[in-house]
Design a protein around this ligand. Structure first.
Ligand SMILES: [Zn+2]
Ligand SMILES: [Zn+2]
Length: 137
């Protein structure tokens, strides 16, 4: 491979932007990168910046979603801690209310059973009728 500008001189490098073969005399070094021209240096710089932008954006979104997850986690912890605190602060009241609720249910259930018993007359017509039949025999 020979230099693009000097067909009789062997190329020692390639332009980092356009890939042109370059001899030692033609190589231009910018930021430790070899270029054929200032224009290619700028082109290379632009593509490098674009790549860094993409990487940077990806990193920042990763960080954002990580922060979001952490934030959600913190919220859950706060809510749980708040609930635990509220419960410990009002434990008696809540327990009382809960047991009162259970008592109410028990009382109502008992009443329902009583009501059910009352609803079925112990001396129903049919029973009496049956008993009469038995007595007649
Ligand atoms: Zn170039
Ligand atoms: Zn050259």
């Amino acid at each position: 491979m020979v230099c693009l500008n000097h067909p009789d001189v062997n190329a020692v490098a390639k332009c980092a932007a356009c890939g042109k073969p370059l001899c030692a005399e033609c190589v231009m070094i910018f930021d430790n990168q070899k270029y054929c021209s200032e224009a290619c240096h700028l082109k290379g710089l632009a593509s490098q910046l674009r790549a860094e932008n993409v990487i940077g954006k990806k990193k920042s979104t990763d960080r954002k979603s990580g922060a979001k997850k952490f934030f959600t986690f913190v919220i859950i912890i706060i809510i749980a801690a708040g609930a635990a605190y509220f419960y410990s602060k009002n434990k008696k009241a809540i327990d009382q209310r809960a047991s009162a609720g259970i008592e109410t249910i028990k009382v109502r259930a008992g009443q329902a059973v009583e009501d059910g018993k009352k609803a079925v007359p112990t001396n129903s017509k049919y029973k009496q009728h049956r008993e009469n039949l038995v007595n007649e025999k």
